[in-house]
Each structure stands twice: as structure tokens, then as C-alpha cells.
Design a binder for this molecule. Sequence first.
Ligand code: MN
Length: 267
Amino acid sequence: MTITARFHGVTDQGRVRKANQDAILVDFPLFIVADGMGGHAAGETASEIIIQTFRTFVGATAVDAQTVVEAIGQANAEILRRAALDPDTAGMGTTAVGLAMTRTAQHDEVLVFNVGDSRAYLLRDGNLRQVTADHSLVAELVRKGEVTEDQARRHPQRNVVTRALGLHQDVEVDVMLVDPRVGDKFLLCSDGLTNEIPFQEIRAVLMTLADPVVAVEELLARAQVAGAHDNVSIVVVEITGLEASLVPEDLDVDTAPGFLPGLTSQR
Ligand code: MN
């Protein structure tokens, strides 16, 4: 592993919810935000299952796309198995958005993966952009031009996800590879952040506060001030170093993330 990074993450119950059904993993080379759903402790169980499944890879030298997709399939099966055993957890599910530091074809790469409506953003050269597509009803309405991004944040059906772990036997995982650059800042977050704070405000905080610890704490503080109606999870990962000889500047032509859609984990 030749990527170095500094990072910080927090998950918080917020001001309204009785429990925190979000869960995070912040441990090189893996970073995950999971937003559990389902009544009474069920959501906590589902999000904890995906985190525990991935915890076994912490400390690994590389985590490739195949490993990620298989692990999500494994967690999905475990969530369904547990839900079938315990009526209290029937119908539980979870989103999962994450980063895995990896290497393919002798390049350092950042693997971004997503199921559901938690998000990954990348701040590069002052531009913040969402690198994941939300698997949600309102995201589909936004893509069709029927509602705006701002309307989506307040839409009554904004919590309806179209993909999640725990829904079906098969789970389709979006996997993208990003060619990292020193200074890149990745943000992973649950909708408890993005429903509270406008995009430009998130960008301003990430631009202004260099230290991931300070940026994460500031974003959480602002979500609290905005009301923190949902659980809030925030992870910031800044790329601080790459193996220079392997990633020459003049070869860094294609910086757009490659989309590998439709990778389905089947069991
Ligand atoms: Mn949420």
C-alpha cells in the first residue's frame, strides 16, 4: 500500500432520533458509512452487520472490487438471515457507501462503492462533486428533472431508497475507480448531513478547514445547529501521499472516475 491519508470520522444520534442507526468504519484502508433502517433496533443491527463484515479487511494490503462486492453480498445474506430468525428485525436494511484504498495495474487507486442513498463526494481543485449516484426515489425524480436538488432535500418521500442491503437476495453494487491526487479530499456521509446542510456550505467547510478532524467536527456542529433531525455520519479522507514513481504527473490524463455499473453480487 503506497497511498497515505489522514482521516477522521464521526457518527452521531442527532437531536431527534431515539437511537443511532448509522454506523461507520474509519480504519485504513477502508472507510464506510452505513445508514440502517427498520424499526426498533433493527436498523442498528443491519448497519452493524455491514461494518463487522468489512472489519475483517482492515490492515489488508489491498482491497479490490471483487472483494468489496463479495463482502457486500455476504453482509446482505447475513442481514436477510438474521431478519428471518428474529421478527423484531424483519424488514431491516442498510445503505453502504465506502472507499477502499487499492491498487490496480501498478497504480494507486481509490475504489468508491455504493448501495443506497448515503453519499461519497470528492473535493479536488476547489470543486466538490458527488461521485456516487443516489439509489433513491427522489434522485430518480431529480434525474428526470421533475424536482430540483433543493426540493429533493425537503421532499416528503426523500427517505425512500431503491437499493439497499437487506431488501433482496441479490444486491447490485456501484463500484468506481478514482485516480487519486495528493490533496484530494473524499467525504462520505449519511443523508443526516446532506438533508441539513446545503451543498455549497459543505464545500466551503471542506475548502476552509484543512484538517479532517476539524472539518468533520465543524460539519457535525452545523448539522446540529440545523436541527439534526436524523442520525448524522461524516467521514473525511484526505490523500496526503502517493508512490511518486508509479504515478507520474504527465501520465495522469484520465482523472474522471471510471464507472463500473451493474456489478451484481449473486448468492
Ligand atoms: Mn439517515
